[in-house]
Design a protein around this ligand. Structure first.
Ligand code: ZN
Length: 235
């Protein structure tokens, strides 16, 4: 039986795990597509919902919620994403899959290295202002190619990244430079530092800062493990 099978035959233990996952899922109030913003979960509830979905993904007990044709059709009228996720463009790090969420659940911005530019920031600000999403997750990941490329640029100065790739390098560079010579894994240290730098920078952007001060937004940093599929909150 493939772990990716849609309808696995469950043994007793699997059934118990699946039933637990199902109970976790239905314990969350579903945000109907016509619900007002006041029906949003709190930031803590939103984070728990994402991490519960990630736990399903890690154990292969995914539910693929909010993807049925009827739900999709009704969602066309409006969206109320309960979380914003800024993640790397890496093909192995799709937030909706890693968090086992569906249509209308997560407002996603993806830029290599999980850094942001002006249009990316504008997208996140739009979600905060218009959808009142209570949680913003900055999700970097293990073995990030954009971070590795930046470390190479820092360690071997002189080479210029072609085209607009240099704009990524310049944003990741402070993390690569500040972790140079530190103990531990060079790439992972820089990945974690880059996530923290991005969280700190976002907190200073006016719309974000105002929403945080009003208790309407929480920004957290997270690291995705390519090997385990798990997401850990690190900032
Ligand atoms: Zn990456």
């Amino acid at each position: 039986m493939s772990e990716f099978s849609q309808s696995p035959r469950l043994n007793r233990r699997d059934f118990a795990v699946a039933a637990c996952a199902a109970a976790t899922a239905i314990a969350w109030p579903r945000i109907a597509f016509s619900s007002p913003a006041s029906a949003m979960p709190t930031a803590d509830e939103a984070l728990k919902r994402l991490l519960a979905g990630n736990a399903r993904f890690v154990t292969g007990k995914t539910m693929h919620p909010d993807q049925a044709p009827g739900y999709r059709n009704g969602l066309a009228k409006a969206q109320h994403p309960f979380a914003i996720v800024l993640s790397c463009s890496d093909s192995r790090v799709p937030p909706e899959i890693a968090f086992d969420q569906g249509l209308g659940d997560v407002f996603t911005i993806r830029i290599a290295g999980a850094v942001y530019d002006d249009p990316g920031l504008g997208s996140m600000e739009y979600a905060v202002e218009h959808f009142h999403s209570p949680l913003l997750v900055v999700m970097g990941h293990e073995n990030c190619g954009a971070v590795i490329a930046t470390i190479d640029a820092v360690d071997k100065p002189g080479g210029e990244a072609p085209g607009h790739i240099g704009s990524l390098v310049s944003r990741i560079k402070p993390a690569a430079e500040s972790t140079k010579g530190k103990t531990g894994n060079r790439v992972d240290n820089a990945v974690r530092q880059c996530i923290k730098n991005t969280v700190d920078a976002l907190k200073t952007e006016k719309i974000m800062a105002d929403a945080i001060a009003a208790g309407k937004l929480r920004i957290v940093g997270a690291r995705y493990s390519l090997t385990a599929g798990s997401v850990s909150v690190i900032a």
